[in-house]
Design a protein around this ligand. Structure first.
Ligand SMILES: Cc1cc2nc3c(=O)[nH]c(=O)nc-3n(C[C@H](O)[C@H](O)[C@H](O)COP(=O)(O)O)c2cc1C
Length: 157
């Protein structure tokens, strides 16, 4: 199983989560590659393996600056992603009640519109909760990878 973690971040928290997930999940049988979204475009989804979107939220519920080009390219080119399976680990802060975790939510909605199928539920870390994001990420990542393997074994990946 190959996992591509795509990271949208402004101040590095999502990147830390991705790095910790890579450490926890990459065991030889599962190979994990972490890519910052900077300079990626929609062609990244032609890679082998499953995708894990790990992104925070900025502005008024926007994706982070380094995720904008990828997000816009997907929205403009609208590729058929029906072969893509993905998960979403979103970061946000409930203080922003109206736009809580919209970065992950927006990616999830767009990928779904393009035919990609999500594995598991979209997760929402809350910076105001006191829960360490990297701990939540690794714990969730372990259960997510189990679901991804089940999906692959069932032949729907
Ligand atoms: C200027 C600013 C705007 C933000 N806007 C939102 C928002 O609209 N919704 C939300 O859920 N979180 C928002 N956040 C919280 C961040 O998404 C959260 O702190 C996250 O953990 C940061 O992760 P990063 O370091 O990977 O960028 C905002 C934070 C800042 C500093």
């Amino acid at each position: 199983m190959k996992v591509n973690i795509l990271v949208g971040t402004m101040t590095g928290t999502a990147q830390l989560c991705a790095q910790e997930m890579e450490l926890a999940l990459d065991d030889g049988e599962t190979r994990v590659e972490t890519l910052l979204m900077d300079q990626l475009d929609s062609s990244v989804f032609a890679r082998d393996g499953v995708f894990l979107i790990c992104t925070s939220t900025y502005g008024q519920g926007d994706v982070p600056d380094n995720a904008r080009a990828l997000f816009q390219d997907l929205g403009t080119k609208r590729p058929d992603l029906s072969r893509v399976r993905y998960g979403v680990f979103g970061l946000g802060d409930r203080t922003y009640a109206e736009t809580f975790n919209f970065g992950g939510k927006r990616f999830d909605e767009l990928l779904g519109e393009l035919g990609a199928r999500r594995i598991g539920e979209r997760v929402q870390h809350d910076a105001a909760s006191g829960v360490l994001p990297e701990e939540m990420a690794t714990e969730w990542g372990e259960s997510w990878i189990a679901l991804a393997k089940e999906a692959a074994e069932a032949g729907v990946s």
